[in-house]
Design a protein around this ligand. Structure first.
Ligand code: SAJ
Length: 443
């Protein structure tokens, strides 16, 4: 039981535990994006008073007007919580003085030089240090390199004179939000949590248990930080493997999609990944480089990650090569040809274009002199080479294009009609699985 684990001297801990158990703890979430907003909602739904903190006044205003800007949280859930007063937002960080817990859910992007940009985490930590008080539970959720919590956050928070594990509690708990996932959302995704001390871990686990279905305590913040990096590096490496297999199979005249489908019949010891035009999103192409950056500091070269990054990074060029060959077979040069891209979001059925390989493909095509256009039902406009492109009506664009390229396989498109109206179509996602036509060029 938690009680035995804490010495009587930590009445601060006992008091905080009690507030958490009785749901009287005042919960804070710093950073109201696709991680923070759903987390705030879960704790408000569990009965806590929750304050969201964000630096963007526009976000705070929308939040307080009861409008959820996160697709996974419908207004029908969100608005009543705001209306009831259980959920509110502010840009005023001094509210931290009144809080009992605070979750940091701010971005951890990569700089162009592929090293971590910790500026958002540092700013959040410094704000918390400014308003910290005895009895505060601090949890970092942003994906980061192992060592961040103990090397970056702990010194800043301890410099206030408070003792970690006694006066305040500090944990890392990786966010595992998968935007748009119909089956797994914040409440039912198992929650890993590791603290600086055992008392911290137990406090963090007690906290998350109040609102989330499954909590997985681990022995330290570094273990918890590494868990998330393993999860996403696993994906990135395996996607790199099948992308390399796709390039090999293309040269050997083998249908890589058929190979993977047949391998996936193995009922154990195999998990299918699929080749594609490259790696997009704000997790998979980014997170593994947090690990390789940190491992370099430990004198170890993360060769798997670097190699997979190279292979995945080359896929847009491989797709353009396929397009060039398809046009060549039609006795057309890329220069002057009209190439129409179907789908530019980084994965199907979402509107996010961050790191999308479609943008790389379009830039490469323009550099070769092609006239590029796109249709994407989820993405109205996109910035390309300092220009704003708008999504075009699909079928009129396809009819006049010299080559159509499926880069994102959004569901619900009439692919049979797409084939019918295309002169030639490069399919980078096997969206045309089961269709047979000489017009189709598969990855
Ligand atoms: N991709 C492939 N082949 C695959 C799978 C993905 O080329 O077999 C591409 C996608 O098209 C996309 C990129 O990789 O461009 C990333 O796709 P993803 O399916 O990994 O989706 P993400 O980036 O939204 O990853 C998130 C992650 N969630 C968190 O970090 C909390 C990841 O851990 C999830 O496993 C993933 O969603 C998921 O399963 O959907």
């Amino acid at each position: 039981m938690i009680q035995e684990a804490l010495s009587p001297a930590t009445s601060v801990a006992a008091d905080l535990q009690n507030k958490i158990r009785t749901k009287k703890a005042r919960v804070g979430v710093l950073g109201l994006g696709y991680v923070g907003l759903p987390l705030a909602v879960e704790f408000a739904r569990a009965g806590f008073d929750v304050v969201g903190i964000d630096v963007l006044q526009a976000k705070v205003d929308q939040f307080n007007a009861g409008h959820s800007y996160i697709k996974d949280v419908p207004d029908s859930t969100f608005a009543p919580l705001v209306k009831s007063g259980k959920l509110r937002a502010t840009t005023d960080f001094s509210v931290i003085r009144t809080l009992d817990t605070i979750d940091i859910c701010v971005p951890t992007p990569l700089r162009k030089t592929k090293d971590p940009d910790m500026s958002f985490v540092v700013a959040a930590t410094e704000a918390i240090a400014q308003h910290i008080h005895p009895g505060l539970l601090v949890m970092l959720e942003s994906t980061t390199y192992p060592g961040t919590t103990d090397e970056l956050l702990l010194p800043k928070l301890s410099a206030t004179g408070l003792d970690v594990g006694k006066d305040f509690f500090l944990c890392f708990s990786p966010e595992r939000v998968d935007p748009g996932n119909p089956k797994f959302q914040t409440a039912n995704i198992p929650k890993v949590v590791g603290g600086i001390t055992a008392a911290c871990t137990e406090m963090g686990a007690l906290f998350y248990k109040q609102a989330l279905e499954t909590v997985v305590p681990v022995s330290s913040t570094r273990v918890a930080e590494m868990v998330k990096l393993l999860e996403n590096t696993f994906r990135m490496i395996n996607i790199g493997l099948v992308n390399e297999l796709a390039v090999m199979s293309s040269r050997m005249g083998i249908d890589v999609w058929e190979v993977i489908d047949a391998a996936a019949t193995k009922p154990f010891g195999f998990m299918p990944f699929y080749p594609g035009p490259g790696l997009g999103g704000h997790c998979i192409p980014i997170d593994p480089f947090y690990l390789s950056w940190k491992s370099k500091e430990a004198g170890i070269e993360a060769r798997f990650i670097e190699l997979a990054g190279h292979i995945n990074g080359r896929m847009p060029a491989f797709v353009v090569e396929k397009i060039q060959n398809a046009l060549n077979d039609a006795r057309k040069s890329v220069r002057g040809s009209k190439v129409h891209i179907l789908g530019i979001a980084y994965k199907r059925d979402i509107d996010d274009v961050r790191e999308s390989p479609a943008l790389d493909i379009m830039m490469l095509l323009e550099r070769l002199g092609a006239k590029v256009s796109y249709s994407d039902p989820f993405v109205d406009t996109v910035n390309l080479n300092a220009r704003v492109l708008h999504t075009q009506d699909m079928f009129p664009s396809i009819a006049t294009a010299d080559c159509v390229v499926i880069v994102t396989d959004h569901t619900g498109l009439d692919y049979e009609k797409v084939i019918e109206h295309s002169k030639v179509i490069v399919d980078t996602r096997n969206a045309l699985k089961g269709f047979h036509s000489p017009k189709i060029v598969r990855l």
